[in-house]
Design a protein around this ligand. Structure first.
Ligand SMILES: Cc1ncc(COP(=O)(O)O)c(C=O)c1O
Length: 479
């Protein structure tokens, strides 16, 4: 059979027009950064023509590069961006400029951190050490992952191998292992338990106290019950900054129980752990240094782009015990740790570069100041809610999350939940403040989370101004 000529089709000129790419990049980045400085946080909707094009099939022939790039920018403009200063929904980020540069450079070089990648490995390890030092965690080893979900899973796989040696080899067989977390732990913990093959029914979701923190007596009781039933405790997952209200579980008291019972303590600090570095909130994290492992997301309160998370281990060894393999196609020098032996991922981007650059350029003191500012913003909002006759604060903020609700004067109690849900969506459409609805103790509310360094304290009053204006209008319409 003769060979075809398929291999001869030239790449379109747009692919190699590097000068053009640089010009386009600087133009579009300038526009993006200018838009971050505007207070508006909701984005205009994509126009009908673009939406039509987004339904089209796979193009066979080269297309117009400028048209494609124009659509890409339009898509981004019409998508929610947490980098805007008044994006207060979920747990956002700041999208630091230097992180954009790090992302572009790492994409250009496209290093693969699965293999011994040379100096990039050293940057990866230095950034892990810096973050551990910043939050006050005594590091044995650690690695970057794609997000808090993967970091939590990484920790649980290490804890499983520690508590139930041979689980990698034999699976769970007839063994039963439980994981303990508060009722307000992030769902990623449950998913990690499922993925680790322990089975979701072995997640012990424990009662919380009046500060919405794990109750240590409930933990001790659950551990005792499971021991009596011959269920092996695999790990206790304490949350340092719950997603719903920013509560930090009592780490030191939990560490006492874990030490007594010889159970692995993992701290899920995906959102909250950077606050351990601050004078204002640092005291909540006492006991962190006793944990076996900790998750921290750099793409949340450390301000860099998605996705960039870390799993930190107090000792050296559990990562290799959980993930090490002998590969015949990835030989490495005996005395050099192969990064792939320390993570769940194979091909792994150089995601640490943007964080490393940000820490080098801004320094730890600037990060502490920025995080303090977000804590201050949350305290300002909580004060304003307390003082306002038509708003109700649903919890005392420990970190930077504030849940509150609008309570119009004449509205019957059974309509307040639906009203607040409508209000949150109305605010998202309005665009001046982007927040999201949430439910605290069965009460639907407005949830704000201050992690964006661009949010200035003088913008905080706008939250209640807008919520009050739109909430009053909605309640008038509903009458
Ligand atoms: C406490 C906590 N843990 C884990 C996660 C999951 O992190 P990621 O979305 O980076 O996977 C989140 C996300 O908000 C979180 O708040």
């Amino acid at each position: 059979m003769g060979r075809g000529r398929e291999h001869e089709r030239a790449a379109g000129p747009a692919l190699v027009d590097r000068e053009g790419i640089l010009r386009d990049l600087s133009r579009h980045l300038a526009a993006a950064w200018a838009s971050f400085d505007r207070p508006r946080s909701a984005e205009p909707e994509a126009d009908a023509e673009l939406i039509g094009r987004l339904g089209a099939g796979l193009p066979e022939e080269p297309g117009d590069a400028q048209a494609a790039l124009g659509d890409a920018v339009h898509v981004l403009d019409a998508s929610v961006s947490p980098s805007r200063p008044l994006f207060l929904a979920y747990v956002g980020s700041s999208g630091l400029e230097v992180g954009v540069l790090g992302s572009a450079l790492s994409a250009a070089y496209d290093a693969n951190l699965a293999t011994a990648a040379g100096a990039a490995d050293l940057v990866d390890r230095q950034a892990v050490r810096w973050v551990a030092q910043f939050v006050g965690f005594p590091l044995g080893e650690g690695t970057f992952t794609s997000g808090g979900q993967t970091s939590n899973l990484t920790a649980l796989l290490a804890a499983r191998e520690h508590a139930l040696p041979g689980a990698r080899e034999h699976g769970m067989a007839d063994r039963r292992g439980a994981v303990y977390c508060s009722d307000e732990a992030h769902h990623s913990v449950v998913r990690a338990v499922e993925a680790a093959g322990l089975g979701r029914r072995w997640v012990r979701r424990l009662a919380i106290d009046e500060q919405r923190r794990m109750r240590v007596d409930a933990l001790a009781e659950a551990l005792a019950r499971d021991r009596a039933d011959r269920v092996t405790p695999v790990a206790v997952v304490a949350t340092a900054g719950t997603t719903l209200t920013g509560a930090v579980d009592p780490l030191d008291a939990i560490a006492d129980v874990c030490a007594e019972q010889d159970v692995w303590l993992h701290v899920d600090g995906a959102y909250g752990l950077p606050a351990a570095a601050t004078a204002t909130a640092g005291r909540h994290f006492h006991g962190l240094e006793r944990a076996d492992s900790a998750t921290v997301d750099a793409h949340k309160w450390l301000g860099v782009q998605k996705s960039c998370s870390l799993i930190l281990m107090r000792r050296s060894g559990p990562l290799r015990a959980a993930f090490g393999h002998e590969e015949r196609y990835m030989l490495h020098e005996a005395d050099v740790a192969n990064p792939v032996d320390l993570t769940l991922e194979y091909t792994r981007p150089f995601r640490s570069l943007r964080l490393w650059l940000a820490l080098r350029v801004h320094g730890a003191a600037q990060f502490r100041t920025w995080i303090e500012r977000t804590l201050h913003n949350a305290a300002l909002l909580a004060d304003a809610v307390r003082e306002h006759p038509r708003f109700e604060l649903l919890h005392e903020p420990m970190l930077s999350t504030v849940c509150f609700r609008h309570v119009p004067a004449a509205m019957p109690a059974d309509r307040i939940d639906a009203h607040n849900e409508r209000l949150a969506h109305a605010m998202q459409r309005d665009g001046r403040i982007f927040l999201a609805p949430a439910v605290v103790d069965g009460q639907t509310c407005l949830r704000t989370c201050f992690v964006n360094y661009r949010t200035t304290p003088d913008a905080v009053p706008l939250v209640l101004d807008v919520a009050g204006e739109l909430g009053d209008a909605l309640s008038r319409d509903a009458r």
